[in-house]
Design a protein around this ligand. Structure first.
Ligand code: ATR
Length: 285
């Protein structure tokens, strides 16, 4: 029997660390599998997925810009994928494609790791999410499941923040939206950058000193250098006096571990893989 085949599918996908991460998981679990990269044409995602399934593929990690296409393509969804309206993990099942979204749960696992080191949790915290695109949409449900005191969404296009907040209203946590310029006086325990601003080398226009005093400033992106300041956003947070900062490499490893668990039935240990990856180049989950 040839080994089971998996892949990450995106465009571009050349710099994805997923093949490396999954091969480390498989090695640690004593499992034999093949994990590839598929660069799908922007207009032909569905055909690329079908071709991989026909060739015996068992599962796919889906990355930019296809997470919503993957949601639309899946025949059934996990609850968290349905809530996010986006899919980052596909599993080929006999009944058809199953779609899950492990991004938000991966983020929460990494946040709890970082905060756990200093005896803090998400419960009762005031959270600010910067951004209202696909990445933000994937993380809000799992953040709310930790029962923070309040969750505020801000975005350059305020209307999108408002729509996203409305989608998640009505639970135990207050969810609201606010304009970027109006953030000058508010203080948050946890600030999460879910915008794509830094990826293109653009600086996020934030009010002066608004990251001062935050218990944790977290960037879903990651870059070269020490995890505390590996992105321009984190470097700024350090400068403004955030208590602690963390980049998104931990989330990348955690979301991969949850995908691996869905496919293989084993949740791999993440700490050794994260430690091995900390030689870093640029990217995002
Ligand atoms: P992703 O899947 O990475 O979330 P997306 O859905 O295109 O990608 O969303 C990108 C997010 O980054 C949006 O919130 C976007 O703000 P707008 O909705 O106002 O476009 C935000 N973003 C991108 N570049 C930005 C910039 N230079 N400054 C502020 N926000 C930016």
């Amino acid at each position: 029997m040839p080994p089971d085949r998996y892949a990450v599918i995106g465009n571009p996908v050349a710099h994805s660390k997923s093949p490396l991460i999954h091969s480390m998981f498989a090695h640690a679990a004593g499992q034999e599998l093949v994990y590839e990269r598929i660069e799908a044409p922007l207009t032909d995602f569905a055909a690329s997925v079908a071709a991989f399934g026909d060739a015996g593929g068992r599962g796919l990690n889906v990355t930019l810009p296809f997470k919503i296409d993957a949601f639309n393509l899946a025949r059934s969804h996990s609850e968290r994928a349905a809530r996010a309206g986006a899919v980052n993990t596909l599993k080929f099942e006999s009944q058809g494609l199953f779609g899950d979204n492990t991004d938000g749960a991966g983020l929460v696992r990494d946040l709890l790791r970082v905060l756990g080191d200093v005896g803090l949790g998400l419960y009762a915290s005031r959270i600010l999410v910067l951004g209202a695109g696909g990445a933000a949409r994937g993380i809000i449900g799992p953040l709310l499941a930790e029962h923070p005191r309040a969750l505020t969404i801000t975005n350059r296009d305020l209307h999108k923040a408002l729509e996203l907040a409305q989608r998640f209203e009505g639970g135990a946590t207050t969810v609201d939206s606010v304009a970027l310029e109006a953030l000058t006086h508010e203080r948050f325990d946890l600030v999460i950058n879910a915008t794509s601003a830094g990826l293109g080398g653009v600086t996020l226009a934030l009010p002066e000193r608004m990251l001062r005093g935050a218990q944790l400033v977290y960037d879903l992106a990651y870059g070269d250098g020490p995890p505390e300041s590996s992105t321009p956003f984190l470097a700024r947070a350090v400068e403004e006096g955030a208590v602690r900062t963390a980049d998104g490499l931990g989330m990348l490893v955690e979301q991969a571990a949850l995908s691996f668990a869905l496919w293989r039935g084993i949740t791999p240990a993440t700490a050794p893989v994260l430690a091995a990856l900390r030689s870093g180049d640029k990217g995002r989950t």
